[in-house]
Design a binder for this molecule. Structure first.
Ligand SMILES: *Cc1c(COP(=O)(O)O)cnc(C)c1O
Length: 246
């Protein structure tokens, strides 16, 4: 058995996967006339062990994404204990209001602000932790919009939510985030990311600093890059299939 963090075959596997993802990003940026330097790759490490966070950091991937508070908090603490510096933690999952204070204590960017009640909770959490957070408004790209409290704010509610984030003392409005609706073909995904791009453009007219467009995962990063994504959230393509959730 090899010690976690020193398994050379896992290190080689992740390095190879990272090179392939970077090649996809380069090719998609070339097609879109964009500079790959303007794209941040967020490695979504959910369900994978902290050893993989160390491996990614050693390869220069310092932006890490997690979707559950308990796992994210544990990995952020492990990184501190290991003396890993320069990491940027992205919380990409549904935020439960009773976890907002915890999330605010380690997250640098919260991608998934989808209802007004979270804004106050995250703001108070950031204040208590003596930190500032960048917050993104998660936009529901399902069409027609489904108001089921999951998967983002309806486009009609984005302005109100953005204004609340902008007004919060300890939050910086970073921009928007979305997940492409499940089950679309590639033209449907393109259309969804085009709606997100339009929403982002509209928001920037009022808040020029809200420049982040977090969109694109392992299966659809090319489409997202064609529609202005600045932050890709990539799990499977970097780390392999996730073990089924226990
Ligand atoms: C898991 C997850 C991802 C990564 O998805 P892959 O298909 O594994 O790249 C991206 N965004 C969110 C919100 C996720 O929960």
């Amino acid at each position: 058995m090899s010690t976690p963090g020193t398994d050379p075959s896992r290190e080689r596997e992740i390095a190879g996967r990272l090179e392939r993802v970077r090649e996809r990003v380069r090719a998609a940026c070339a097609d879109a006339g964009r500079d790959p330097q303007d794209v941040t790759l967020v490695a979504v490490t959910k369900t994978f062990p902290f050893a993989d966070v160390s491996r990614l950091a050693a390869l220069g991937v310092l932006d890490l994404g997690e979707n559950r508070d308990a796992d994210a908090a544990a990995k952020a603490a492990a990184a501190r204990d290991a003396g890993l510096t320069g990491l940027v933690w992205h919380f990409v999952g549904q935020v439960q209001r009773n976890k907002a204070a915890s999330i605010a204590s380690y997250a640098d960017v919260v991608h998934s602000v989808d209802r007004p009640r979270l804004v106050g909770a995250l703001d108070r959490g950031a204040a208590a932790a003596g930190r500032r957070l960048t917050a993104l408004v998660q936009v529901d790209l399902r069409e027609p919009a489904v108001d089921d409290g999951r998967g983002g704010a309806a486009p009609a509610n984005v302005d109100e939510l953005a204004a609340a984030v902008d007004a919060a003392e300890h939050l910086d409005l970073g921009g928007v985030m979305a997940v492409a609706p499940f089950g679309l073909d590639s033209s449907g995904t393109d259309a969804a990311f085009e709606r997100l791009e339009e929403t982002a453009r509209h928001l920037r007219a009022t808040y020029p600093g809200a420049a982040i467009v977090s969109a694109g995962m392992s299966g659809d990063l090319e489409s997202a890059l064609a529609h202005g994504a600045t932050h890709l959230r990539v799990g499977t393509a970097l780390l392999g299939s996730r073990p089924p959730l226990g």
